[in-house]
Design a protein around this ligand. Structure first.
Ligand code: V07
Length: 258
């Protein structure tokens, strides 16, 4: 009975979860959300489809989630699209994945431009096929003056390599006298990472039930809130993102109350 009343109350109330977030808690919208988009292969397997069908479905979810994040006022959305470890997958799957940026941008770039979204990429560009890199670089140029959400793709990205490269760069700058050893603070070191232009993520989301970081933004996630869901990435929808943001905001409130 109680449930029924609550359900009725909910549906008769014009204030949806989304309204609540946008209207009353704008101050605590996570400014940077990072997502590990896991479970595409498993989604396909459950439907007796090839793994690439899961990746393709996952690509469409990227579009949906980008749109909502932008509407909510999120400033940066970093998506783990391809890790340095993903090269170990079968060649046919890697080949397919490398075509997804081009397909995604070929389909959605006009809408992203319309929505004032800025496309960025972090990761090692050198090993990427030319057609992949060309598509991304064109999108980056076409959206460079946009002032809405930054859609930052982590592609051929690995956090330990990122940190090692930063260490080497710092050492070089010390050797050449640009910097002194005792000037290396956390903020200075952060400025040598691929995320130098962004704040650290406020919220990390990982789908499909795995509770680990898998070499993703190890330095940057030091103080972030983590939100895990069993939902597979191709099934992840607007409601799931709102749930994650809601959980983030409740934690912020508890923290603020102490
Ligand atoms: C990929 C779809 C999402 C689920 C995770 C794996 C598969 C979008 C991109 C993309 C990347 C760069 C860019 C524009 C779009 C993408 C890869 C895989 C490799 F500028 N989705 N998606 N790239 N998947």
């Amino acid at each position: 009975m109680l449930n029924k009343i609550n359900l009725w109350k909910k549906s008769s109330n014009s204030s949806t979860l989304r309204d609540r977030i946008v209207n009353t808690k704008q101050h605590s919208i996570p400014s940077h959300i990072a997502i590990i988009m896991d479970g595409n292969g498993r989604w396909a397997k459950r439907r007796a489809l090839p793994r690439i069908a899961g990746h393709h479905e996952g690509m469409k979810v990227v579009r949906k989630i980008t749109k909502l994040a932008n509407q909510l006022g999120v400033k940066v959305l970093t998506l783990y699209a391809f890790s340095t470890e993903n090269w170990k997958r079968p060649k046919s799957e890697v080949d397919y994945l490398m075509k997804l940026p081009e397909e995604f941008l070929g389909t959605f770039l006009p809408e992203l431009i319309e929505e004032n979204v800025q496309v960025k990429m972090m990761g090692n560009k050198e090993q990427l096929p030319t057609y992949t890199l060309n598509a991304i670089e064109k999108a980056m140029v076409d959206t460079k003056d946009n002032t809405g959400l930054v859609l930052n793709f982590a592609l051929n990205y690995g956090s330990r390599v990122e940190i090692l490269e930063a260490v080497k760069h710092v050492l070089n700058d010390c050797k050449s006298g640009i910097m002194n050893e005792n000037e290396i603070t956390e903020d200075v070191f952060s400025s040598y990472l691929m995320t130098s232009e962004f704040n650290d993520p406020d919220l990390l989301i990982r789908t499909s039930g795995e509770i680990r970081l898998s070499n993703f933004m190890l330095w940057q996630l030091a103080y972030s809130e983590f939100w895990f869901t069993d939902t597979l990435w191709p099934d992840f929808n607007e409601e799931d993102l709102l749930d994650a943001v809601d959980a983030y905001q409740s934690r912020q409130r508890r923290f603020g109350g102490v």
